[in-house]
Ligand binder design. Structure first.
Ligand code: KIV
Length: 291
């Protein structure tokens, strides 16, 4: 297995463009907490997305719609404390950028000013151009997101692949070109046919980051909980599970229960000692003070 050397340099949004130009794949994973962010960062992954997917894999919601700005900022802050090199991208939650471009800009600013993010991501194409332009014009890098956009799950009729019919594919291409034009530094393409993702990637000068969009994208992103097999509710078709940790965690918890109930934990090696002399002093104290 060949691995690229891990660099100690901070990844910026312009590194994404440079990597695309050099034909080097961009790597991105999600993280929602300090420890995971640290592990992703130390692995030399280019970018960490604090995705609103945290609503499903951390907070237990059915979809991402209930996630609030406060939820996102709370998790972004933890991630920022754990990562020093990766480009940190905060995902703008439902209703934080749709109402007006001034509200979008104010909320985008909070990700950088309060939560230590380097960039923001938002879903949608031509309908979101005013918000994208307002945010980009104020100096905040924006990552677009097209295809299966989970915040529109009710309009899309479920979590299903998009762009499989020609007209829909044409809309996605037009959205991608419009987002590039509005100043996005990259675009996530989620759950669209591989040949469409490759076609769009070749048309754009900015990089595409695929999730369920095949190998023709300029980079890949996965939800870390899916990659690690932490989430046992369902696994999307496009996920490669590198571990099945939910099973290992379940086994560990069962063993702990058996140990405690059987008197096998804690053992001597897990306890602190006190000298006989100090113990005697303690007993004398209790006698003297009648504790
Ligand atoms: O919220 C998220 O994690 C995402 C990725 C799936 C791209 O948007």
């Amino acid at each position: 297995m060949s691995t690229s050397p891990i660099s100690n340099k901070k990844v910026t949004s312009s590194v994404f463009r440079a990597k695309k130009e050099r034909g080097e794949p961009i790597t991105m994973l999600t993280a929602y907490d300090f420890l995971t962010a640290r592990a992703v960062d130390l692995s030399g992954i280019d970018s960490i997305l604090v995705g609103d997917s945290l609503g499903m894999v951390v907070l237990g919601y059915e979809n991402t719609l209930p996630v609030t700005m406060e939820d996102m900022l709370h998790h972004c802050k933890a991630v920022a404390r754990g990562a020093s090199n990766a480009l940190l991208i905060g995902d703008m939650p439902f209703m934080s950028y749709q109402v007006s471009s001034s509200e979008a800009l104010r909320n985008a600013g909070r990700f950088l000013q309060e939560a230590g993010m380097d960039a923001v991501k938002l879903e949608g194409g031509r309908a979101r151009l005013d918000a994208v332009r307002a945010i980009v014009d104020s100096g905040i890098p924006v990552l677009g997101h097209l295809g299966l956009t989970p915040q529109s799950v009710n309009q899309l009729g479920g979590f299903k692949a998009q762009g499989r019919i020609a007209d829909e594919a044409g809309e996605i291409l037009a959205d991608a070109l419009a987002l590039e034009n509005a100043g996005c530094f990259g675009i996530v393409l989620e759950s669209i046919p591989s040949r469409l993702a490759e076609y769009i990637s070749n048309k754009l000068t900015i990089p595409t980051i695929g999730i369920g969009a095949g190998p023709g994208c300029d980079g890949q992103v996965l939800v870390t909980h899916d990659l690690l097999g932490l989430f046992d509710k369902f696994t999307p078709k496009f996920v490669k599970q590198y571990k099945v940790l939910h099973q290992e965690i379940h086994h560990a918890f069962q063993e702990y229960k058996i140990d405690v109930e059987g008197g096998n934990f804690p053992g001597k090696e897990h306890t602190f000692s006190m000298s006989d002399q100090e113990w005697q002093k303690f007993l004398d104290l209790t006698v003297d003070s009648r504790i």
